[in-house]
Write a protein of this length. Structure first.
Lengths: 481, 460
C-alpha cells in the first residue's frame, strides 16, 4: 500500500493544486514532495532487510493487465531520486514567482506521479500508461512557462516521444498477444514470452521497443529534440526532464528490454554501443563550442547518458551496477548544475558565458557550489560521479563484445572533453573580471538549503557509496545473470 | 424489436408534435424525453434477449443477438447524450425543429436494422432508412448555399453507391442463391468460389466503403460535413458511421468468414489509404470543422481495422471504438458550436476567456488523439490488438502508429491555440449550467472508457 501512496500523493495533491490560488500551491507542493520523499525513503530502507515490496490488484483482466507495482532496489532507488530532486526543486522555488502557480505546481506534481508510476510499474500496460502520463504535464509546462520558441520546440519533443511510445506499445501488444491470459502484460509473462521468441522476431521487435527508450534518453541520432527543449523549458521543468525523465529511458532499457529480448539485444548491442559512443564524442565536441550555459549542460547530459547506455549493452555485471549508481548520481549532479544555471540567469539576466565572469568575488558561496558540482559532473575522485564513472568504464573494459578496448578509449575521450568544457565554463563564469555591472546577491536561504542537500549527497556518496551499491547490487546481478 | 417500433412511433409522434406545438423549447424538451424513453426501451430489449439464444424475427430477416442489442443500447445512449448536449442548437438551424428530431429517430431505426440484419435485403433497407434522413438533414439550412450543395452532393453520391450496393447484392445472390447471410457462409467457400461472388464482394466493399468514408471513396466527406449545419455534422460523423461499421463487420465476419484470403488484404490496403489521406490532409486544414471532417476519415481508417481482424477482439474493438470516438467527437462539436469562428484562430485564447470550455475540449481532443487514460486510447489499443492477433499485418499496425503520431499534430493545434495563444474568441451563446453539466458527463464517460473499458463490454 505504501507503494500506491508514492503515486497517489503527488497525483491527488497535483489535482488539488489546480484549484488552489496563489502561494498556497507552492506550500502544498513542498509538503507533498516532502511526504513523497519520506515514503520513498521508507520503501528504499525496506529493501536492505526484506524482499522487495509489491502491490497488486485487478485492473483490466480482459486485457491481461493488472495494477501491479514492484519496488526492487533499482525502482526504489529511482523513486528516492525522484523524491529528492522534486523536493530540491520545490525548495529552490520558494522565493520565486511563476504565473498561475496553481497550474504550474499541479502539472509538476502530476509529472512526479507519472515518474513514480513508471519506476514502480511491473505490468507492461500500466508502465505504458504512466510513461505517457509523465509526458503530458511536461508538455503543458514547457509550452506555457517556457522561453520564446517554446511552442514549436515542445511540440517537436512531444511528437517525437509520442511516436516512440506508440512503437513501444505495438511491441508490447505483440508480446502480450503471443501469450494471452489474465496476466499477459505482467513483467514475468512479458519476459517469459519475449525470451522464448525466435531470434528473427526479436531482432525487429528490439527496435520497435528500443526506439521509445532511445528517444527518451536520448541516444544519437534521436537526440535532436533535447538541447532545444532543455533550453526553452523553465528551469524546474528542465530539472525534471534531465534528472528524471531521461532516467525513464535508461530504466526502461534495463527493466523492459534487456531481460525481455535477450537475443535481439545480443544481435544489436554493437550497433547501440557504437551509436552511444558517437553520441558521447559528438555531444562533448558540441558542448565545447557552446556559449550558452544551458545548452552546454544539455549537451553534457547527452554525453553522460550515452556512456550509461553503451555500458547497458556491454553485458557486464560491474558495469550494470555502475549504471544504477550513476543514474542516481547523474540525477543529483545535473540538478545541482541546473540550479546554479538558473541562479546565474536570475542574477545576471544572461546565460551567455562570454558576458559573465567574476562570480567568485561577487557571490563566493555560489561559486564554491558551482565548482563542487562541476567537478562531480566530470567525475573527480571523492565525488559521487567518480564512483559511478569508474564502474562504468570498468564495465566497458570487461564487456563481452568486439573491440571493447577501442570503444572504451573513444568513450574515455568523453571524460577528457568533459573536463575541457566544464573547466572552461567554471573559468568564464566564476573567475576573471566581473564584466557586468549587476551587483549580485549571494545565495538566499532556500537556495542555500537546496544546494546544501545536493553537495552533501555528492560528497557523502563520493566518500561512502556503499548504501547505494548495496541497494542496487541484487538487481544489477539479476539483469546480467 | 420493441426499439424498432418505438423509434418509428416516436419519430411519427415528433412530426405531429411539430404541427401542434409551436414553442421550440417544448419540442426540444419533449424530444429529449423521447430519446431517454427510447434508451429505456433498448435496455428493456437487452434484458429480455437471452445472452446465448438470439431471437429470429420476420422470417429470419432479423437476428437479435445480445451483442447487437448491446450495440444498439450504446448507440442510443450516445444519441441521447448528443441530443442533451446539442438539442438546443437545432433551434438555430431552421424552423422545423420537430422534424429534425423525427429524422434522427428514423436514422436510429435504420441503425437498429443494420445491427440486427440477417439478410442482404435488410442490410439494404437499413442503409437506405439511415441515409435518406441524412440527405435531408444535410440540406436543412435551406438558405445557405453550402448546405444545399452538401445535400445535393451527398444525395447524388449516396444514390450512386446504393446502386453499387444493390449490384453487389444481386451478384452475391447469383453466386449463393440466398439473401440470408447465415446461408451464404455455408455456400461460399474458397475452393469452389464463383467469380460472381468475388465481384459481388468487391461491389459491396466499395459501397460500404463509401458510407464509412474510406479512401478512395471518401471525397464527398469534407464538403458534406463542412456544409451540413454543425449540429447535424456531429451526428453524421459519429453514431451513423459507427452503425454502418457494425453492419460492415457483421456482413464480412459472418457471410464472408471463409473468404478472408480474398478480401482481408484489399480492406487492409483501403484502411492504410484511408489513414494516409485522412491524417495527411487534416494537417493542412485551416478550419477546425473541416479538420474534424478529415479526422473522421482518419478514424474510419482505424475502425476498418476491426473489419480486417476476424476474431473476437475485433468485436470488442468496434464496440469501444464506436463509443469512444462518438462521445469524444460529439463533445468536440458541442464546444465548436459555441464558437463563432470555426478556424484555428477562432480558438485562440479560449483558455483565458472560458477555461471550462478549453478544459473539456482538451479532454475530447486527447481522446481523439489516443492519449492514455481516455477512451480513445483504449479504442486504438483494441483495434491494434485485434490486428496483431490476426497476424501477418504488422506493416499495417506500424503504419497506423505513424499516422496516429501525425494526428497529434492537428488535434494539438487546437490545444495550442486555446492555451498558448492569445486572442478574443467570440461565443455564439453563453455556456449555461446545463451545458456544463452535460459536458462534464461527456468528459466523465471519455475518461471512464479509458480507465475501465470493460464496462463497455460487460453485456457482450
Amino acid at each position: 500500500m505504501t507503494l500506491v501512496l508514492l503515486i497517489l500523493i503527488p497525483l491527488l495533491t497535483g489535482a488539488l493544486s489546480f484549484a488552489v490560488k496563489g502561494d498556497a500551491a507552492k506550500g502544498l507542493a513542498l509538503i507533498s514532495t516532502m511526504a513523497t520523499l519520506a515514503i520513498s525513503a521508507i520503501v528504499s530502507a525496506g529493501n536492505y532487510t526484506a524482499p522487495p515490496a509489491t502491490f497488486s490488484c485487478e485492473w483490466m483482466p480482459q486485457l491481461g493487465a493488472s495494477f501491479s507495482l514492484l519496488a526492487d532496489g533499482m525502482s526504489s532507488m529511482l523513486c528516492l531520486l525522484t523524491g529528492i530532486v522534486m523536493m530540491v526543486v520545490m525548495i529552490s522555488q520558494v522565493n520565486k514567482d511563476v504565473e498561475r502557480p496553481g497550474s504550474f505546481y499541479g502539472f509538476m506534481l502530476l509529472a512526479q506521479a507519472g515518474l513514480m508510476g513508471v519506476f514502480l510499474a511491473s505490468d507492461a500496460l500500466l508502465f505504458y500508461f504512466f510513461w505517457e502520463l509523465a509526458l503530458i504535464p511536461v508538455y503543458f509546462l514547457c509550452s506555457q512557462w517556457g522561453g520564446e520558441k517554446r511552442i514549436q520546440v515542445t511540440f517537436k519533443f512531444f511528437v517525437y516521444t509520442f511516436l516512440g511510445s506508440l512503437m513501444m506499445l505495438a511491441g508490447l501488444i505483440f508480446l502480450a498477444t503471443r501469450n494471452p491470459g489474465a496476466n499477459a502484460y505482467s513483467w514475468a509473462n512479458i519476459v517469459h514470452t519475449g525470451a522464448s521468441l525466435p531470434v528473427g522476431q526479436q531482432m525487429w521487435l528490439f527496435w520497435l521497443i528500443f526506439i521509445a527508450f532511445a528517444i527518451k534518453m536520448p541516444i544519437f541520432p534521436f537526440h535532436t529534440w533535447q538541447p532545444d527543449t532543455y533550453e526553452q523549458s523553465p528551469t524546474p521543468v528542465t530539472i525534471v526532464l534531465s534528472a528524471l525523465m531521461v532516467k525513464m529511458g535508461l530504466f526502461a532499457v534495463l527493466r523492459w528490454l534487456l531481460p525481455v529480448l535477450p537475443a535481439g539485444v545480443d544481435y544489436w548491442s554493437n550497433t547501440v554501443i557504437v551509436l552511444s559512443v558517437i553520441g558521447i564524442v559528438y555531444a562533448s565536441c558540441i558542448a565545447i563550442v557552446q556559449t550558452d550555459i544551458k545548452r552546454l549542460v544539455a549537451y553534457s547530459s547527452i554525453a553522460h547518458m550515452g556512456l550509461m547506455c553503451a555500458v547497458a549493452f556491454a553485458h557486464n555485471g560491474v558495469g550494470m551496477h555502475g549504471i544504477m549508481v550513476q543514474m542516481f548520481n547523474h540525477g543529483i549532479n545535473i540538478t545541482g548544475m541546473w540550479l546554479i544555471v538558473s541562479m546565474i540567469e536570475n542574477r545576471w539576466g544572461t546565460r551567455d558565458m562570454t558576458k559573465l565572469g567574476g562570480m567568485a568575488s561577487t557571490a563566493p558561496q555560489m561559486a564554491i557550489a558551482l565548482v563542487i558540482i562541476s567537478l562531480a559532473n566530470i567525475a573527480l575522485p571523492l565525488t559521487n560521479g567518480f564512483v559511478g564513472e569508474f564502474m562504468l568504464f570498468n564495465g566497458l573494459f570487461g564487456g563481452a563484445f568486439a573491440n571493447h578496448m577501442t570503444v572504451m578509449v573513444i568513450a574515455g575521450l568523453g571524460i577528457i572533453l568533459g573536463a575541457v568544457y566544464t573547466l572552461n565554463m567554471i573559468q568564464k563564469t566564476a573567475y576573471g573580471e566581473a564584466t557586468t555591472m549587476v551587483i549580485a546577491k549571494d545565495l538566499s536561504i532556500n537556495e542555500y538549503v537546496g544546494l546544501a542537500i545536493i553537495i552533501t549527497l555528492i560528497l557523502f556518496l563520493g566518500f561512502y557509496p556503499k548504501p547505494l551499491l548495496d541497494l542496487t547490487a541484487s538487481v544489477a546481478g539479476m539483469i546480467v545473470h | 424489436m420493441n426499439a424498432i417500433i418505438a423509434t418509428t412511433v416516436f419519430g411519427i409522434l415528433m412530426m405531429f408534435i411539430g404541427l401542434m406545438v409551436n414553442n421550440k423549447k417544448t419540442v426540444t424538451s419533449l424530444a429529449a424525453v423521447f430519446f431517454l424513453g427510447l434508451l429505456g426501451v433498448n435496455i428493456y430489449d437487452l434484458a429480455t434477449v437471452p445472452a446465448d439464444a438470439p431471437q429470429m424475427m420476420f422470417n429470419n430477416m432479423l437476428r437479435m443477438d445480445h451483442t447487437s442489442m448491446w450495440f444498439n443500447t450504446l448507440m442510443t445512449g450516445c444519441t441521447a447524450l448528443y441530443i442533451l448536449l446539442m438539442g438546443k442548437e437545432f433551434e438555430k438551424v431552421g424552423t422545423h425543429v420537430a422534424e429534425y428530431f423525427a429524422l434522427i429517430f428514423f436514422i436510429l431505426c435504420g441503425l437498429y436494422l443494420l445491427s440486427t440484419f440477417n439478410t442482404m435485403l435488410m442490410l439494404f433497407i437499413g442503409i437506405e432508412i439511415m441515409s435518406i434522413p441524412q440527405y435531408i438533414l444535410a440540406g436543412s439550412d435551406k438558405r445557405n448555399l453550402k448546405s444545399s450543395e452538401a445535400s445535393l452532393k451527398y444525395f447524388l453520391m449516396g444514390a450512386f453507391s446504393t446502386g453499387i450496393l444493390l449490384m453487389g447484392i444481386t451478384l452475391l445472390y447469383g453466386a449463393s442463391r440466398s439473401f440470408n447471410i447465415q446461408d451464404m457462409v455455408s455456400v461460399l467457400h474458397s475452393e469452389s468460389l464463383s467469380p460472381l461472388a468475388l465481384a459481388g464482394i468487391m461491389f459491396i466493399v466499395v459501397a460500404l466503403g463509401f458510407k464509412v468514408s474510406a479512401a478512395p471513396m471518401h471525397t464527398w466527406t469534407p464538403d458534406v460535413y463542412d456544409g451540413t449545419p454543425t449540429a447535424f455534422t456531429a451526428y453524421m460523423a459519429t453514431v451513423v458511421k459507427a452503425g454502418v461499421f457494425y453492419a460492415f463487420m457483421r456482413l464480412f465476419h459472418v457471410a464472408f468468414a471463409n473468404l478472408g484470403e480474398h478480401w482481408i488484404l484489399i480492406i487492409a490496403i483501403i484502411a492504410a489509404a484511408t489513414l494516409l489521406v485522412g491524417n495527411v490532409t487534416a494537417v493542412f486544414q485551416q478550419s477546425v470543422k473541416r479538420m474534424l471532417a478529415y479526422s473522421s476519415i482518419a478514424q474510419a481508417g482505424f475502425m476498418l481495422f476491426a473489419v480486417i481482424a476476424v476474431n473476437n477482439t475485433a468485436w470488442n474493438a468496434i464496440m469501444i471504438y464506436a463509443v469512444a470516438y462518438s462521445v469524444a467527437t460529439i463533445g468536440v462539436f458541442s464546444v465548436l458550436i459555441k464558437l463563432k469562428d470555426y478556424t484555428y484562430d477562432g480558438f485562440n485564447g479560449l483558455a483565458q476567456k472560458n477555461p471550462f470550455l478549453a478544459f473539456v475540449a482538451t479532454i475530447f481532443l486527447f481522446s481523439l488523439a489516443g492519449i492514455p487514460l481516455t477512451g480513445g486510447f483504449m479504442a486504438k489499443y483494441y483495434v491494434l490488438t485485434a490486428v496483431v492477433e490476426q497476424g501477418n499485418l504488422l506493416w499495417l499496425v506500424i503504419f497506423a502508429l505513424l499516422m496516429a503520431a501525425i494526428s497529434v499534430y492537428y488535434y494539438f493545434r487546437v490545444i495550442i491555440a486555446m492555451y498558448f495563444k492569445t486572442g478574443e474568441p467570440e461565443l455564439t451563446s453563453p455556456v449555461t449550467m446545463g451545458d456544463k453539466v452535460m459536458m462534464l458527463v461527456t468528459c466523465a464517460i471519455v475518461i471512464l472508457a479509458g480507465i475501465a473499458p470493460q464496462i463497455l463490454l460487460s453485456h457482450m
